[in-house]
Design a protein around this ligand. Sequence first.
Ligand SMILES: O=C(O)CCC(=O)C(=O)O
Ligand SMILES: [Fe+2]
Length: 326
Amino acid sequence: MEGSKLIINRDIITEAAAMAFADPNLQIPDRYDRSGEVPAGEVVVADDDESYDLPVVDMARLLDPEHREAEVAWLCSACRSWGFFQLINHGVDEAVIQKMKDNTVHFFELPLEDKNAVAVCPDGGIEGFGHHFRTSADKLDWAENLIVETQPIERRKLEFWPSNPPTFRSLLHSCLILSPFYSSSSSSLGPCNHPEKVIGIAPHSDGFGLTLLLQVNDTPGLQISKDGRWHPVRPQTSAFVINVGEILEVLTNGHYKSVFHRVVVDTERGRDTIVVFQDACINGVVKPLLELGEARYHAIDRLEYSKGHATEIFSRGERFVDILKK
Ligand SMILES: O=C(O)CCC(=O)C(=O)O
Ligand SMILES: [Fe+2]
């Protein structure tokens, strides 16, 4: 963020890291070994639990006057109880989705040197190719991650937008005009022989408005925290998985929940995802909507909010909105 120092550490992917990802027989290097963290929390097994499936919201019904009211109520209940839902019939052109998937896979398959042409900067900043965020314990995720800010246009730093594959930039330009404030993050997790030791993406809650996620392949991995247990997500093909971020939780005065989620790795299959974060105005104030009654959260300047979120989630693994609660 301009003019501010966010406490976000992202590490470059080194040759040694790339070798560890690629060699299933290699011993897990120390910085990836999170044996103590992975077993934290019981994981729900599909057969054990009928509430395993993430609520499905149908965009066609939301737009249809006959079904709208019922579907909106369903959407609200999903945001209240899960903080997550999957959106079907969203109307995004399948051909565009396929191109995004192809470009994402193509990028992550490039040699490390090519991907590092858009590597994260050692002096900080959120953008570029590298690991996801590093925690205070200095541990790293078992994933490669590319993050770019896409909207507003004046915040784009094209030096972090890959020029290979050649269609990547134009696709980003053409796809991400959905809202004035957006950033995009793609992740690629390789398989790992020791899924009990590594974490693809460590538990966190998202800091923005809404997060939209598209799985490139059907490898499982995403798990959502609900009622003290991890619920694995199996999205329908072509559905977007959408979740409430902490800014939206504050905006709705706590009615909608920004919940913890994490990504675990598979022993055999890799997993690629495309995520877009719908952000809020960078110059604004984060506070509950007036019409939702007495505010349950303190209002905070947007920039201070971002610093607080980054510090809490990456240093202490806590939600900043809990500190904002009155
Ligand atoms: O890749 C996934 O399934 C989740 C990614 C995620 O939680 C994030 O990027 O914030
Ligand atoms: Fe997330």
